[in-house]
Write a protein that binds this ligand. Structure first.
Ligand code: ASP
Length: 345
């Protein structure tokens, strides 16, 4: 970008609370169009940026998000990549961390900012957090490093006081304005009076790389959330799901699971049938270390892959992405254990 030119930014509106209004009959919040949203942010004109927008149709509550919608967002970025310096995606908070993780994998070679934000209160409400989040997201998308390259060269979530790596973030609160957190990775930026970027932890893209978008996400994957009382019948039923290719096993603590032979046998048999099993911890902070306890070691021995400190959201979307590439199970298992976009340590 010419250093004197105004930053060119594209807002991609997908819905979420930020753009919602109350249904006059029920009082329940429902998504509304982009014009309503932008009319409520007159301050946006004070930013000396060249801003355009597109909407994915129809605007949705992010609980209705699916890989189909991720494709629409990725397509908007792909089609406009060369024409803009950065992208701001407006999105509901409920599945924001899934979308930010999915996009981080789909957008291979990304070297421009894709800043995802939303709000806890609709933009039309007096105490809304939406206006500040939108303005800050635009400022972050426009920020440059000393060499002129974009400050943020990855998919990130901006919410209230922090910028988080998209595939490291989790929604932590349904009430707080600071709704997101990376439990295993530092904030990319802290927002107070100023925006303080942490260059040491920001992703630096290969300057010679080009964007290639992988649109195909294979949804033949499932979560298995362990709990005391899980029965062999339900476990075997789940593992017998037709077309199943991968399971994200949400284990206890440092990656531990029951040692009962019915459990280990069912998991081993699934792996022998070519199902990839990835071990992630139910704990939000810390990592899987299967050599620490016998209960974890049994899993590792039967071929379960360690997810280290990956989030559940990044784990399941990474699996969809890798199977979407058409890779065989052993290759997927190996790639799951390898950082691709800074999603694990
Ligand atoms: N249900 C809303 C959504 O995810 C919540 C929000 O935006 O905060 O779309």
């Amino acid at each position: 970008m010419d250093s004197n030119a105004q930053p060119r930014l594209l807002i991609i509106y997908t819905g979420g609370t930020i753009g919602m209004i109350e249904n006059p009959e029920t009082g329940a919040l429902q998504p509304f169009d982009f014009d309503h949203l932008i009319d409520n942010v007159p301050k946006i004109k004070m930013l000396k940026y060249d801003i355009d927008h597109v909407s994915t149709e129809p605007p949705i509550d992010s609980s209705d998000m699916s890989p189909r919608n991720w494709q629409d967002i990725a397509r908007a970025i792909d089609d406009n990549y060369d024409d803009y310096d950065g992208f701001v995606v407006l999105h509901g908070t409920d599945t924001m961390a899934y979308t930010s993780s999915a996009l981080s994998f789909m957008l291979n070679g990304l070297a421009k900012p894709v800043i995802i934000t939303g709000s806890q209160l609709p933009i039309g409400e007096v105490r809304t957090d939406g206006e500040e989040n939108l303005i800050t997201a635009l400022q972050i998308a426009a920020a440059r490093r000393i060499d002129g390259s974009p400050m943020v060269q990855e998919v990130a979530i901006l919410f209230e006081n922090y910028l988080w790596r998209g595939n490291r973030a989790t929604k932590m609160s349904a009430d707080n304005f600071n709704a997101f957190k990376s439990n295993n990775y530092p904030a990319l930026a802290k927002i107070g009076l100023g925006i303080h970027f942490n260059l040491d932890v920001l992703w630096s893209a290969d300057p010679t790389g080009t964007l290639t978008v992988n649109y195909r996400m294979d949804t033949n994957v499932l979560f298995l959330n362990l709990f005391p009382g899980l029965t062999e019948t339900s476990l075997r039923h789940l593992l017998a799901t037709p077309e199943l290719k991968g399971i994200v096993l949400k284990s206890y603590g440092a990656g531990n699971a029951p040692t009962a032979s019915w459990f280990i046998n069912a998991i081993s048999e699934a792996i022998d049938r070519g199902i990839v099993v990835l071990n992630v911890s139910q704990c939000l902070n810390g990592r899987v270390n299967t050599r620490r306890y016998v209960t974890g070691d049994r899993l590792a021995t039967c071929g379960v892959t360690s997810g280290n400190d990956i989030t559940s959201e990044a784990a399941i979307t990474k699996m969809m992405y890798l199977f979407g590439l058409g890779l065989e199970a052993p290759v997927v298992a190996q790639a799951l254990a390898t950082p691709l976009r800074g999603e694990l340590s």
